[in-house]
Design a protein around this ligand. Structure first.
Ligand code: G6P
Length: 349
């Protein structure tokens, strides 16, 4: 097992370090994605169906498609899908995201959906059950993921989604910008030590909030899920603008709040929401651009290249949150690769 970990302490950290390469490998599927997009029948609505981390990647897809292309899109948890089946028709494209291709809830939903609608599966494991059922298959090129908590496979799912959005929406800008992402990911991994220091400071906290808006609301949800899975600390992801409708009552100095604050059109609103939280004494951990002067007095920050705006941020900011959860897990003496009660793939409904 030591050899398989390639010198890393755990599979999870090894897999996080593979992410820049995984982005490159998945980008090499671009032509295949393009071919599939050309084959799609006419549709006027998209459903995404998934569980867990794949559900969060799907949410990024929803925000991208709605805002960049304008096709009505909805994400449905696979275990809830049967309640939505009456709205399926031949003008609906249903996209299934699954790392393993073996999740029982997702397979069941696909069997229902394919009776009435065109289906696309985005899958990591080659030849898995889902790939035999769907009309079209796109493979994410993450390679085998051993750690139970999904990291590099989430990144590869996002790359597929950006490719899909690029070709569906004929958006060359997104496709070009994607080429730069592996380099940004490398840069971020260089700030590992700083993230480890933040982890040491907050490892005994009992609750965390993760706050994001728009494309990065799913980043907040996925960051909180990583924390729950491998540190056993309660973490809650919340849309920045919704906090004032309830959870603000919970905020005090014992709750660290992770604010996802990339540059872009949502910046100022999210900034103001985070200011409200800070005014109530919470410890802030801010993820933002390295040239952002408004956050210079925040002690705990994780900084990114200013060229990474809110649209691309989901692919990169999550890497920092994966590392944060990883280091907290290690600090607490937990084995991040084998969280209690969880399985890599869930084959029961
Ligand atoms: C399990 C895993 C999660 C994963 C989810 C969905 O709960 O522990 O990491 O996100 O299943 O799995 P899938 O293979 O369908 O993406």
């Amino acid at each position: 097992e030591m050899a398989e970990k390639g010198g890393y302490d755990h599979f999870m950290i090894k897999e996080i370090y593979e992410e820049p390469q995984v982005i490159k490998d998945t980008l090499s599927e671009a032509d295949k994605v393009h071919e599939i997009v050309k084959k799609f029948k006419k549709f006027d609505r998209i459903y995404f169906v998934a569980c867990g981390t794949s559900y969060h990647a799907s949410l990024v897809g929803e925000y991208l498609i709605e805002s960049q292309i304008g096709i009505p899109t909805e994400v449905i948890l696979a275990s809830e899908f049967e309640y939505f089946q009456k709205t399926l028709d031949d003008h609906t494209l249903v996209i299934f995201l699954t790392q393993s291709g073996e999740t029982a809830d997702t397979i069941k939903a696909l069997k229902i959906a394919k009776q009435k609608s065109e289906t696309l599966a985005i899958v990591n494991v080659v030849g898995s059950s889902i790939t035999r059922e769907a009309d079209h298959v796109i493979y994410t090129r993450a390679g085998p993921e051993i750690s139970v908590a999904a990291t590099k496979t989430y990144i590869s799912q996002l790359v597929c989604i950006y490719l899909l959005v690029g070709y569906l929406g004929e958006n060359q800008e997104i496709l070009t910008k994607l080429e730069e992402v592996p380099e940004y990911a490398e840069e971020l991994l260089d700030s590992e030590n700083q993230i480890e220091q933040i982890a040491k400071k907050y490892k005994d906290s009992k609750d965390f909030f993760y706050i994001g808006r728009g494309f990065n609301y799913p980043t907040a949800l996925e960051g909180a899920l990583k924390l729950k899975e491998i540190t056993y600390i309660h973490g809650e992801g919340y849309p920045a603008g919704e906090l004032k409708h309830g959870p603000l009552a919970l905020i005090d100095k014992n709750i660290p709040v992770v604010g996802i604050l990339p540059p872009g059109s949502s910046y100022m609103k999210t900034y103001n929401n985070l200011e409200e939280i800070r005014a109530r004494g919470a410890d802030m951990i801010i993820l933002g651009a390295s040239d952002d002067k408004m956050i210079f007095d925040i002690e705990d920050k994780i900084l990114f290249d200013p060229d990474i705006d809110e649209i691309l941020a989901p692919l990169l900011y999550i890497i920092a949150l994966q590392l944060l959860a990883y280091f907290i897990s290690v600090e607490k003496g937990i084995d991040p690769d084998k969280p209690k009660n969880l399985a890599k793939s869930v084959t029961v409904e």
